[in-house]
Design a binder for this molecule. Structure first.
Ligand SMILES: [Zn+2]
Ligand SMILES: [Zn+2]
Length: 446
């Protein structure tokens, strides 16, 4: 009897909290609609003033000031320019993180908009424009919007929100760790310990109003390949007197093609091995002593990655050996695969479907690009999705892809972004609300 009563009480509490949280959605939607023009204005300002990785000083300043004004506990200069804002809701519950990346790219903008970037810089010894050519300006503006929306319902939030504004997603060329990896190293997922993380990427080739996602492996792990080949130099007229690294490199390039076609189980996940450059030789009648090949490797899981790396080494070393040459294979490890936690994805998709409409939430093929959101997902369950940023009626084949001078984002998709992230937060909190309502019960975040 007592047990039944207790159970009923618990159930009532859980249901009550879930109900209270879902009751927040109309308020959240109203708040998100009301600040649409502000979000667009923030984005235009950020777009006009893009900053490269680890140089997002102006952006970080705007974000920090905004969060402080809203009453967030703010930490700055994490992983160089990162900003973290913590908002403690009025009720106990889990800690949910949301992430936006802040950096632009060395691309010269060609789009004719009033807020076109005129910023220039020197990059890799070349003069170049700087542009938000991946849409990270949208991410920052959307998350600033979410910050404001969630602050307005603070007392009803059953848990804590941690907003992570991250630098250098596109990488830096100064060595060392950076971006999400460095933020994790500097403890961004601790104090308070984060239970789950959500993030989105605007997409220039997905129609406004549409959300795309994939359970499990979504974006690739990216590793960099360098093969140094040493042969024996000789006169081009007497190849038999030397060991030709050019012929050996050609065999290796062909041999590497068999990794994807003959070693990888492509019914599970694709993989890519690309040789992007071969540098060697100086004159038509000299067989050079050595050459260097560089390339990129894309894989979608730890096991597959290990297999591809192993086969690259075996093939390169043994072909070189068979020619009497020596191969020195180096694989630089880059971002891990972006893997959506299957259980978390399953739980959260109904939230996005209820918001955008079932027919507007679509499963997307794997992408062979990479995204350093993966570093958060390596530590805690995370879910990353793509938000439509292409004007309605356009074809994805006619619009500019990311990282190009004509890259363009239709701003009418932002409000769905603000609502998506906010709804994910309140629904996750409702699903993970504490099970015992007694005020004496000590609660610890899991
Ligand atoms: Zn990018
Ligand atoms: Zn990006």
């Amino acid at each position: 009897m007592k047990k039944t009563l207790l159970f009923s009480a618990l159930l009532a509490t859980a249901l009550g909290q879930a109900h209270a949280q879902s009751g927040l959605k109309p308020v959240i939607n109203q708040a998100a609609d009301a600040i649409e023009s502000k979000v667009i204005a923030w984005r235009r300002d950020l777009h006009e003033h893009p900053e490269l990785g680890n140089q997002e000083f102006r952006t970080a300043g705007i974000v920090a000031e905004h969060l402080k004004k809203l009453g967030y506990e703010v930490q700055e200069k994490i992983a160089v320019t990162g900003v973290v804002g913590v908002l403690k809701g009025g009720k106990p519950g889990p800690v949910v993180a949301l992430r936006a990346d802040m950096d632009g790219l060395p691309v010269t903008e060609r789009v004719d908009v009033p807020f076109k970037s005129k910023v220039t810089t020197e990059f890799n010894n070349q003069k170049t424009g700087v542009m938000h050519a991946c849409g990270h300006d949208s991410h920052v503006a959307i998350l600033m919007g979410v910050a404001e929306v969630l602050a307005s319902v603070k007392k009803d939030l059953a848990g804590t929100v941690k907003l992570i504004f991250q630098p250098a997603e596109e990488g830096v060329y100064t060595g060392g760790t950076f971006g999400a990896n460095r933020m994790v190293e500097e403890g961004v997922l601790e104090n308070p310990k984060v239970d789950a993380i959500f993030g989105l990427h605007i997409n220039s080739q997905t129609e406004v109003g549409t959300i795309r996602y994939r359970p499990g492996a979504t974006m690739a792990a990216v590793d960099q390949l360098t093969i140094k080949l040493k042969g024996k130099q000789t006169h081009g007229a007497n190849p038999w007197s030397g060991v030709d690294p050019i012929v050996t490199a050609s065999q290796i390039v062909m041999g590497l093609q068999t990794i994807v076609s003959r070693n990888v189980n492509i019914t599970e996940n694709p993989a890519v091995v690309t040789v992007g450059a071969i540098h060697g030789g100086i004159r038509y009648n000299i067989i050079p002593e050595s050459l260097e090949m560089i390339g990129t490797i894309r894989t979608f899981g730890d096991e597959q990655q290990a297999l591809v790396h192993r086969r690259i080494k075996e093939i390169s070393n043994h072909i070189a050996e068979s020619a009497g040459a020596k191969a020195d294979v180096e694989i630089g490890i880059g971002y891990p695969a972006t893997v959506n936690d299957p259980a978390l994805t399953d739980k959260m998709i109904p939230t996005l479907e209820a918001l955008a409409g079932k027919d507007k939430v679509l499963i997307t093929p794997v992408a062979t690009g990479a995204e350093d959101f993966s570093y958060f997902q390596k530590k805690i369950p995370g879910f990353f999705f793509f938000l439509g940023g292409m004007a309605k009626g356009k074809s994805p084949y006619d619009v500019a892809p990311h990282h190009t001078p004509d890259f363009y984002i239709d701003e009418s998709g932002f409000t769905l972004g603000v609502k998506s992230l906010s709804h994910l937060v309140v629904d996750y909190m409702a699903m993970n609300a504490p099970q015992v309502s007694s005020p004496k019960t000590k609660k610890t975040a899991k």
